[in-house]
Design a protein around this ligand. Structure first.
Ligand code: 5AD
Ligand code: SF4
Length: 466
């Protein structure tokens, strides 16, 4: 950067943000950076260069919290060299552990819950002698008007369309730490998507804890999807995570009929046992989930599916666990995220306690993961010899002259780089070999032209408004 600009920047306080947990937190860190940039902060990539260090945290499992506490105590040592350094904890753990955090981590200057980020600049100014704690939830906060700081040059960007959750699954802290469900206004969503398209973003991922429950006035999730698909320059649209209960016909129709919506769904099931699902208060039975998968597969050709599974939940016996394995085999998910149940304070299941020992949970976890690895490998082996359009994201992680990107089904595809191909291009890749987690291949033809990305079927009139 040049002259006066760099002088300004060198005076700007430096902030380092580290993110834990789900995509929602990644998006929230971008939001926080947008708020702080507007207040005169600059971002740095190393904690030892920072005046302010913020950890954006996750409370979903105990393990996630332990990692953050360990990291915090390491970072606090940087104070030996930088006594002015401010250390803040944001996000779900701030909310969940507000009572005990300052005892566990006395070096914190700031504890801020997910609905308080608009006040961060003010809180940072005040956090001088005593720590500032603000974990007020606000059922209206959607951060309208805040421009998140998206990753520069990224091919894919997250756009948060709804915050909070009203489902209260018995195992889950999210409704307590993120508060009530609220949806962003559709015009705010579209403004953000248009701005991202102008910056060259090709793929949008709409985020919400139960994203398909999105509703703002007359606009439901199906309408929102269609509006996002109508934005020029955006080639692919995804969303996460839908809840099986809100997978309405309108949403299925929108996915099936909008060519930009990609054929991949992450549809958490949690368990294959009705008894367990009932204790979990998931609001559906296994048979309903199976029927939904059939409807989705009938409506959306080439659909890839992934799911979340919890093993060792309260009351889960051998038969229940076997039913989960059976569901994994039967549905044949492309991938599954499998977790050991972690008893969380404040949740409905907390008072029920743990009934499955840690050893048993570990064994169930290993069994389920091993089964899923075999299933994922079989799913991928069926793709050998086929061609998929891959949206290139950049060099493959291991480099060595390979590029990497995602297929429509959100599978990572790796293939040799060639001249003129780079991030944001879509290339047809022929799959030559696979692992359970990725595909390897070679470009099948010349790169697709920008216009050959799926055409949008646009309504003939104006874009729908609310
Ligand atoms: N223990 C283990 N896994 C959990 N999840 C949510 N709460 C818990 C918990 N207490 C999992 C669910 C959810 C995913 C994001 O995290 O599978 O879908
Ligand atoms: Fe948690 Fe259930 Fe809400 Fe998902 S739907 S965030 S699992 S309470």
């Amino acid at each position: 950067m040049k002259g006066s600009q760099s002088a300004d920047i060198s005076l700007a306080p430096a902030v380092y943000v580290e993110t834990y947990g789900c995509q929602m937190n990644v998006a929230d860190s971008q939001l926080v950076m947008g708020i702080l940039r507007r207040a005169g902060y600059q971002r740095v990539e190393q904690p030892d260069q920072a005046d302010v260090i913020l950890l954006n945290t996750c409370a979903i499992r105990e393990h996630a919290e332990e990692r953050v506490l360990g990291r915090l105590s390491d970072l606090a040592r940087l104070r030996n060299r930088r006594p002015e350094l401010k250390l803040g904890l944001l996000g779900c753990m701030a909310q969940h552990d507000r009572q005990t955090l300052l005892q566990k981590a006395p070096y914190l200057d700031l504890v801020a819950g997910p609905d308080t980020y608009a006040r961060l600049p003010q809180m940072l100014r005040q956090a001088n002698f005593d720590p500032i704690v603000d974990v007020r939830l606000n059922r209206d906060e959607t951060y309208a008007g805040v421009v998140p700081e998206h990753e520069p040059n990224a091919v894919r960007a997250y756009v948060t369309v709804m915050r909070g959750c009203d489902e209260f699954c018995a195992f889950c802290v999210v409704p307590y730490v993120r508060g009530r469900e609220r949806s962003a206004a559709p015009d705010a969503v579209i403004d953000e998507v248009q701005a991202l398209a102008r910056r060259g973003v090709k793929e949008i991922v709409l985020l919400g804890q139960t994203v398909n429950a999105y509703r703002h006035g007359e606009t439901g999730f199906a309408e929102l999807l269609r509006m996002v698909c109508a934005v020029d320059g955006i080639e692919r649209v995804r969303f996460t995570s839908p809840h099986p209960r809100f997978m309405s016909s309108a949403v299925i129709d929108a996915i099936a009929s909008e060519p930009k919506v990609q054929p991949y769904l992450h549809l958490p099931v949690q368990s294959g046992s009705d008894r367990v699902l009932q204790t979990m208060a998931r609001g559906y039975r296994v048979g309903e989930y199976r029927a939904l998968v059939e409807r989705l597969r009938a409506a959306i050709p080439e659909l890839a599916l992934s799911t979340d599974i919890i093993v060792g939940f309260h009351g889960e016996n051998d038969d229940d666990f076997e039913a989960t394995l059976e569901l994994l085999r039967e549905v044949s998910f492309d991938s599954a995220f499998i977790f050991k149940y972690s008893l969380r304070e404040n949740t409905k299941a907390y008072r029920l306690g743990d009934t499955v020992s840690e050893t048993e949970k570990g064994e169930r976890l290993a069994t389920a993961i091993a089964l899923q690895e075999r299933i994922s490998l079989l799913c991928n082996q069926r793709l050998v010899g086929r061609d998929f359009p891959v949206l290139i994201e950049g060099e493959a992680r291991r480099g060595n002259g390979m590029l990497s990107g995602k297929t429509p089904q959100f599978k990572t595809a790796v293939f040799p780089a060639s001249d003129g191909l780079g991030p944001g291009d879509t290339v047809l890749v022929r799959v030559e070999s696979v692992t359970s987690h990725s595909l390897r291949g070679a470009p099948a033809k010349a790169p697709l032209q920008a216009g050959s990305a799926p055409e949008v079927r646009r309504p003939t009139g104006e874009m729908p408004t609310v």
